[in-house]
Design a binder for this molecule. Structure first.
Ligand code: NAG
Ligand code: NAG
Ligand code: NAG
Ligand code: NAG
Ligand code: NAG
Length: 833
């Protein structure tokens, strides 16, 4: 049991570093080492609640960082968490990269400039759906290495890198004791999930890793997530969806209860259907965690972003956690962003009682309870209804509260319910992808067919293993062999053809026989190995078999990451008169990468080195390069490209890869997992941008591809009769929550100072659907539209007071007067005239 419990003595485990610095505002601050007690982290001598969100600098561009961080701050976060990506920073051994979107120092500084804290998850193993879990490829080639266990070569490289990162942070004065924003650091990552594979070596290793971290004298506490036996003062933290109920707690009574990964959705791999985690569910589990004594929560992810280039782990889609509170494009996903902002306000109103108060639990009914924190006159209560279907009214300290099913109400003074996790007061919005007029104008696609190679310089008896062949320099490698056949080997009957059968360990391949494309096949995230079996146009004489094998990222999880294998394992020809012919040890030639990649034909200079032809109107061949020029889309909203009509490949804009696309990989819903791909604004200049597409598959249609402008200018409100006013209208005077001038109602605010141009939908009764697609139910009030127009048209923000609904009720036509009434509004924001 870890909740509730007495606060133990503040234990200072790190020597107090006495450095002084001057803040940006000129004020002198005297930073101290960050410590903790059983209740929370202690920063500058004070307990602190940490509301944190993960944003990975590698998954957006520098010009996006400022806005992302300010949205996080505005959303009520005080901390940003990021991994540190080893293979981004040291792609070649000893050659460090810290520029562009890999500029970790700048990112951390920007967090500090926002007045926020940073949590640095150094790893160096990070998983993160990032290729190789963050390990550089070269690490795999270190003699006798075994990753993440008591192995000398591994420990040596890990130590060198971890030291390098922490030294860099120290040099730049980014650690809290130096006046910088970093308050916590993480060593290793979810090690418990693989520890059993290494038995005592695993235990030894995790002890060693802990000592390594502590020995760096960073002056901030270290954490290990999902690590029950985190050694010494290292804090074990929870990762999961419902840490309020699943976390067994810190492993020592003097450690606080921290939640480092609370998934805001689920990352997706190609082949997955859409997945959402409702804002109400996230809010419930966060409120529960704090109500039970948690003092830090981190949203994983707060902004997911984009896996540019070849950075995603095997089969992971190019967009990452697009369902997070801030979407891939950096736009707020409502109501998630707003509903969680409201939750943070409610938690902050309760902060004093939460951090210094004494906890108690009171059962209110069968599925209801109150968790109360009291500190003198200061009091905060969390009233929980855990019944999954039933709404319940509870009495707490003489007042009645209505609790929707599976919800928690936060009473920031033990009296006023300022927030309920199930009751969304925040506005909703819908994302629009609008065809760009400018960028799609006169798109003139040219093609360059990737020729099959004729030289395969690397020879061996059997096909080479694909990871060690490509060494993470490309997704592609060619395999070639040839066989002599006599006329009498081939089937005599007309219409009968031999078949080529290739068994591969992953991830995919294209097969060519005698220069002819015979087909392709691929595995999946779950089942990486697969078999291709196709009719082969074999003939008497010499037959050439060419395979283009490909990878879609390196694996990022599990033990023995250095011993994963991919690529063709066995090749046979079936249906010959002489029986099955096994070509596996027939002698194979290999060639790494595509000619076009070597020539960098996705860059301006490279594209001029090859001949391009006008794209034909007929179906295209497999393995084709396309190029065109376009002007940057109008306005300054984010930009995407819709790859409908295409199969699988990669897109480059002015030489920069925006990631792999795989539109032909359909989910069980028979829709592509991802159709739109983000093109960062900073990759484009105003005019004449070069786009190059590499398409692997046959029969695609490049003219279907279109440039899009992305917005969330469709905003909505969907509130019911007994909604409270928004939390932001409440404040705390002493220990009392007050609300001045706060009226319940439907609140709407356009993004980016736009104004409400049209009211697209408004109804009072039982409308249904969601923002973007509302429908009237059986109870409807057509007059609602006029009322909303009166309050909102031409305004940046508006509020339709609840009082109006009383008038509307009289005009409502409704067969069942007992129906729960709701007001639904959908408006479109437009630029101010
Ligand atoms: C690698 O391991 C082998 C077998 O244990 C050993 O003989 C060899 O000396 C090791 N190589 C290095 C460089 O440590
Ligand atoms: C809440 O309900 C869920 C299932 O409905 C159950 O698994 C869980 O144990 C309950 N929690 C409490 C604290 O009652
Ligand atoms: C390709 O797509 C365009 C635009 O949708 C269409 O007009 C054209 O007929 C398609 N071509 C083929 C060969 O399918
Ligand atoms: C409207 O009424 C019909 C018939 O009573 C019912 O089947 C339907 O579910 C109702 N629709 C809504 C949205 O409540
Ligand atoms: C600890 C925990 O809750 N883990 C869960 C995280 O979410 C995945 C799926 O989203 C579950 O499979 C895990 O059990």
């Amino acid at each position: 049991m870890f909740f509730p419990r007495k606060i133990t003595l503040l234990i200072t485990i790190f020597s107090l570093l006495c450095s002084f610095s001057i803040n940006a505002d000129g004020k002198r601050s005297s930073p101290e080492a960050v410590t903790y007690d059983a209740r929370s982290l202690i920063i500058n001598g004070k307990r602190e609640l940490i509301l944190s969100g993960s944003i990975h600098y590698t998954r957006s561009t520098q010009d996006m960082w400022g806005k992302l961080l300010s949205m996080a701050k505005e959303g009520g976060l005080n901390t940003i968490q990021t991994y540190v990506f080893w293979n981004a920073h040291e792609p070649k051994q000893g050659k460090y990269v810290f520029d562009g979107n890999y500029d970790l120092v700048k990112f951390i500084k920007m967090i500090g400039e926002q007045g926020m804290y940073a949590v640095l998850r150094v790893g160096p193993f990070i998983q993160a759906e990032w290729s190789h879990g963050g390990f550089p490829y070269w690490l795999r080639e270190v003699t006798n290495i075994t990753f993440r266990t008591d192995n000398e070569p591994f420990k040596q490289h890990m130590e060198k890198y971890v030291r390098f990162v922490i030294d860099k942070m120290k040099e730049e004065k980014l650690l809290a004791p130096q006046g910088g924003p970093i308050i916590l650091a993480q060593i290793e990552n979810e090690y418990n999930t693989i520890q059993v594979a290494f038995k005592e070596s695993g235990t030894k290793y995790i002890q060693w890793a802990g000592n390594l971290a502590l020995g760096l004298n960073a002056g901030v506490p270290w954490i290990m997530c999902k690590q029950k036996d985190a050694p010494g003062p290292i804090i074990n933290t929870c990762n999961g969806r419902h840490c309020g109920d699943t976390f067994t707690g810190p492993n020592k009574p003097n450690k606080p209860s921290l939640w480092t990964e609370n998934w805001t959705a689920q990352f997706r791999v190609f082949g997955d259907p859409p997945s959402q985690r409702a804002a109400e569910d996230i809010a419930y589990s966060v409120a529960r965690f704090f109500s039970k004594g948690g003092s830090m929560n981190n949203y994983y992810m707060y902004h997911g972003g984009t896996n540019f280039g070849r950075t995603s782990s095997s089969f992971t889609s190019t967009r990452y956690y697009d369902e997070a509170p801030v979407d891939e494009y950096g736009l707020p996903r409502e109501p998630k962003w707003g509903h969680l902002s409201d939750l943070h306000r409610a938690i902050k109103l309760s902060k004093k009682a939460l951090l210094w108060g004494n906890p108690s639990v009171q059962k209110l009914g069968p599925d209801t309870e109150a968790r109360v924190w009291e500190y003198g006159a200061d009091c905060a209560a969390f009233l929980a209804n855990n019944a999954s279907k039933k709404e319940q009214t509870v009495t707490f300290r003489g007042h009645e509260y209505l609790l929707p099913p599976r919800s928690i109400s936060i009473l920031s003074d033990c009296k006023t319910a300022v927030y309920n996790t199930q009751t969304i007061v925040a506005q909703h919005n819908a994302r629009n992808f609008i065809r760009s007029e400018i960028a799609n104008k006169n798109l003139d696609w040219k093609i360059n067919k990737q020729k099959l190679p004729s030289q395969f310089p690397l020879m061996s008896k059997e096909p080479f293993e694909l990871y060690s062949l490509t060494k993470d320099t490309t997704d592609y490698a060619w395999y070639s062999t040839h066989i002599e056949l006599q006329q009498h080997d081939l089937p005599m009957k007309k219409g009968l053809h031999p078949v080529i059968r290739i068994a591969s360990l992953g991830h995919g391949l294209l097969c060519f026989v005698n220069g002819e494309y015979v087909g392709s096949a691929h595995g999946s995230k779950i089942e990486k190995s697969f078999v291709l079996q196709k009719r082969a146009p074999l003939q008497a004489g010499t037959n050439h078999i060419i395979i283009l094998a490909y990878l879609v990222g390196l694996a990022d999880s599990g033990p023995y990451l250095e011993r994963r294998f991919a690529g063709p394992r066995s090749v046979t020809i079936l249906g010959l008169n002489t029986g099955t012919l096994d070509l596996t040890v027939n002698g194979w030639g290999h060639l790494v990468g595509l000619k076009g990649e070597q020539k960098k034909i996705y860059t301006k200079e490279g594209s001029e080195k090859v001949k391009w032809k006008k794209a034909p109107a007929t179906q295209a061949d497999a393995l084709t390069w396309y190029k065109a020029h376009f002007d940057a889309p109008e306005g300054d909203n984010p930009v995407a490209i819709r790859m409908i009509g295409m199969g699988k490949g990669m897109v480059w804009i002015n030489g920069k890869s925006i990631g792999r696309y795989w539109t032909s990989y359909l989910s069980p819903l028979l829709q592509p997992t991802q159709s739109e791909y983000h093109i960062p604004r900073s990759y484009m200049k105003p005019k004449d941008n070069l786009i190059v597409v590499l398409e692997e598959e046959q029969g695609t249609n490049i003219t279907k591809v279109e440039f899009l402008v992305v917005d969330r200018d469709t905003i909505c409100s969907h509130v019911s009769e007994n909604y409270p006013p928004p939390v932001k209208l409440f404040s705390k005077k002493g220990s009392i929550v007050t609300v001045e001038d706060a009226k319940p109602g439907a609140y709407l605010t356009c993004p980016d100072h736009k104004e409400i141009g049209t009211v697209e939908f408004a109804d009072y009764g039982d409308p249904w659907g969601s923002c973007g697609t509302f429908f009237s139910g059986n109870c409807t009030t057509p007059a609602a539209k006029e009322v909303v127009e009166k309050y909102c048209l031409g305004k940046t923000s508006c509020m339709v007071p609840k009082a109006e609904t009383a008038h509307l009720k009289k005009k409502m036509s409704c067969p069942d007067p007992n129906v729960k009434k709701k007001l639904a509004i959908q408006v479109k924001c437009v630029k101010k005239k």
